[in-house]
Design a protein around this ligand. Structure first.
Ligand SMILES: NC(=O)c1ccc[n+]([C@@H]2O[C@H](COP(=O)([O-])OP(=O)(O)OC[C@H]3O[C@@H](n4cnc5c(N)ncnc54)[C@H](OP(=O)(O)O)[C@@H]3O)[C@@H](O)[C@H]2O)c1
Length: 253
């Protein structure tokens, strides 16, 4: 097989949110590049479907926000394969919440998932990433660096992800650990259904976004996973602290 296609041969990756959408596509892309992948999410069934779709994917059903979960996830991968090279902080959620409807519980839940859990996972992974000169790829969003009317706290949580990315990258550059973000635009997954929208409302939203996106294309999850893999590959070793926006030019308008 071509070397490029086995760019992660012998390496080990943790991918959160691997039971659906971008996380599933990423787990499959990393496994396709030769990595052993630990796919994490709360629901076991979708995780098993991901594992069945690729080679070298094992799964762990756990809520990444639970006390002790970040350490348990990292330990599971290291016990199984003896090392850890990549952490993909992909699990996340969006919330439709205009200021007039702002609710403390929704804010806490969103930040716990999108900001606190990825931070604690990165913390738990760090000693192992230092040992392998590994990488962290954090999922942001186009709306991490442009405003989102009706989704201010989602947007703010992803802005936090982008600043964590830059700050950790600077902190760890001298130790060979790279930290980058991929910021997708609207991508066809179940994310809006998970946020409580009906299938019709989600379709309307994608139709509206397609009109606004300069390429008039809603990405598939694989098109985002491609860039997550690129940021983790050894050939990308000179890039750190970057936010790679993959949105058909939406951030430009
Ligand atoms: N789709 C888009 O348009 C879009 C655009 C920009 C950014 N993003 C970002 O891309 C990432 C992936 O989103 P997606 O579109 O693929 O959405 P998705 O299909 O809803 O995926 C989210 C995944 O996270 C997992 N998850 C949620 N809460 C969890 C928890 N507490 N513990 C463990 N796992 C949890 C979910 O599985 P369980 O429910 O089984 O736990 C699910 O597999 C997110 O960070 C999202 O913000 C998406």
């Amino acid at each position: 097989m071509h070397t490029r296609e086995r760019s992660l041969a012998g390496q080990v990756a943790i991918v959160t949110g691997a039971g659906s959408g971008i996380g599933r596509a990423t787990a499959l892309a990393f496994a396709g590049a030769g990595a052993h992948v630990l796919g994490v999410g709360r629901r076991e069934e979708p995780l098993k479907e991901t594992a069945a779709a690729g080679e070298n994917i094992e799964v762990l059903a756990v809520d990444i926000r639970a006390e002790g979960a970040p350490e348990a996830i990292v330990e599971t991968a290291v016990r199984r394969w003896g090392r850890l090279d990549h952490l993909v902080n992909n699990a996340g959620a969006t919330a439709v919440m205009p200021l007039a409807e702002t609710d403390a519980r929704v804010i806490h839940d969103l930040l716990a998932l999108n900001v606190v859990a990825p931070s604690l996972l990165a913390h738990a992974a760090l000693p192992h990433l230092r040992a392998t000169s590994g990488t962290i790829v954090n999922l942001s969003s186009t709306y991490g660096h442009r405003p989102m009317a009706g989704g201010a706290h989602y947007s703010a949580s992803k802005a936090a992800v982008e600043q964590l990315t830059r700050s950790w990258a600077l902190e760890l550059a001298g130790e060979g650990v790279r930290v980058n973000s991929v910021a997708p635009g609207p991508t066809r997954t179940d994310v809006m259904l998970h946020a409580g929208l009906s299938p019709e409302a989600a379709n309307d939203m994608y139709a509206y976004e397609r009109e606004r996106i300069p390429t008039h294309h809603i990405a598939g999850a694989e098109e985002v996973a491609h860039w997550i893999l690129r940021m983790a590959e050894p050939a990308g070793r000179h890039a750190t602290g970057q936010v790679v926006t993959v949105d058909g030019g939406l951030e430009l308008v």
